[in-house]
Design a binder for this molecule. Structure first.
Ligand code: PSU
Ligand code: MN
Length: 305
């Protein structure tokens, strides 16, 4: 039954069958998170980074209604270039699949498809979270619920302040999702290494993360683990500059009445525009850094089986 919907490419399939390290990658970051052609270049480099570490990348998307695990260079190019690719979260999957549409997967839907394929590690840039003003708008990303229920470890660069970072951490606590900091006690804030918030646990190696995630799943505790990996020092942005840009972007989104699934893509594009592209460069570098840690984590996990 699943074969009707799920298509795992031969390289990924072979890797999974022989217990090799595989790292899942999302596609909303390609279609809605970055402009063309930088998005495609980023996606290609991320796959190369993972390969250079000895792991296998599996970029995930829905094409013509099929849940694809592992994309060709042409498919990545198509996702990066084509307008009107549908940003696809958990609630969208049934419709996109049944109607044979093209969907770019968010963190939530990438986790779902990775888990269906048997992939345990997923690297990305940023996850969705509790938005500022969520007490009024109820805008809480489905990514957080997914982390609560789907068994995939997600490597990201922390929570950025387009979100309410404090509320995002509270939500994750309620849902039982461990938030670990890679070599840091402070939660990184995506573009910057500092946020003013603490992680639950500091870890100093991929091996330590692998041991924790194995313990979680061995004990039957459902759900993921969020690894927050600070952007490398040399690429981080000035704290005040980025926060001012985010304030202005959030204000403009409010004035324009941007809401729902449009919110995150709008804010990212606005911040990029306000910072003259500097935020995009930082974003790309932090994704590379996460891909590298994701590969290390997948390699460590594959040793534990
Ligand atoms: N944050 C980023 N870049 C992104 C996203 C978030 O820095 O591309 C994307 C991810 O795919 C994430 C999604 O899962 O936005 C969250 O959207 P929403 O808040 O609508 O759930
Ligand atoms: Mn939302």
């Amino acid at each position: 039954m699943l074969e009707k919907y799920l298509d795992i490419n031969p390289e990924v399939k072979e890797a999974l069958e022989s217990g090799k390290a595989v790292v899942a990658l999302e596609s909303t970051i390609i279609s809605h998170g970055m402009p063309y052609p930088k998005n495609v270049e980023m996606a290609r480099n991320v796959e190369n980074i993972i390969r250079s570490k000895g792991a296998v990348p599996a970029t995930i998307a829905i094409l013509n209604g099929v849940l694809k695990v592992g994309l060709t260079a042409e498919e990545i190019e198509y996702l990066g270039k084509t307008k009107n690719i549908i940003k696809t979260s958990r609630r969208d999957i049934p419709f996109i699949a049944a109607n044979k549409l093209d969907g770019a997967t968010t963190v939530a839907s990438t986790m779902i498809i990775a888990a269906l394929a048997g992939i345990k590690v997923f690297a990305t840039g940023g996850i969705g979270g509790v938005h500022r003003g969520a007490a009024e708008t109820f805008d809480i990303s489905a990514d957080l619920q997914e982390l609560a229920q789907t068994n995939v470890a997600v490597v990201c660069a922390g929570a950025k302040s387009i979100l309410d970072i404090g509320l995002t951490l509270e939500y994750l606590e309620t849902q039982g999702v461990p938030v670990v900091g890679f070599k840091t006690e402070e939660l990184p804030a995506f573009y910057t290494r500092k946020s003013g918030f603490k992680v639950d646990y500091k870890v100093d190696s991929a091996e330590e993360i692998a041991a924790a995630i194995k313990a979680k799943w061995d004990l039957g505790l459902k759900g993921g683990l969020l690894v927050t990996n600070p952007i490398p020092e040399q690429y981080q942005m000035d704290y005040d500059t980025i926060n001012k840009a985010i304030e202005d972007a959030v204000k403009e989104a409010d004035e324009k009445g941007i809401k729902g699934k449009e919110s995150t893509p709008f804010l990212l594009a606005k911040v990029k525009e306000i910072t003259g592209g500097a935020s995009l460069e930082a974003n790309i570098q932090l994704v590379y850094n996460n891909a590298s840690l994701g590969a290390d984590l997948a390699l460590e996990l594959s040793k534990l089986k």
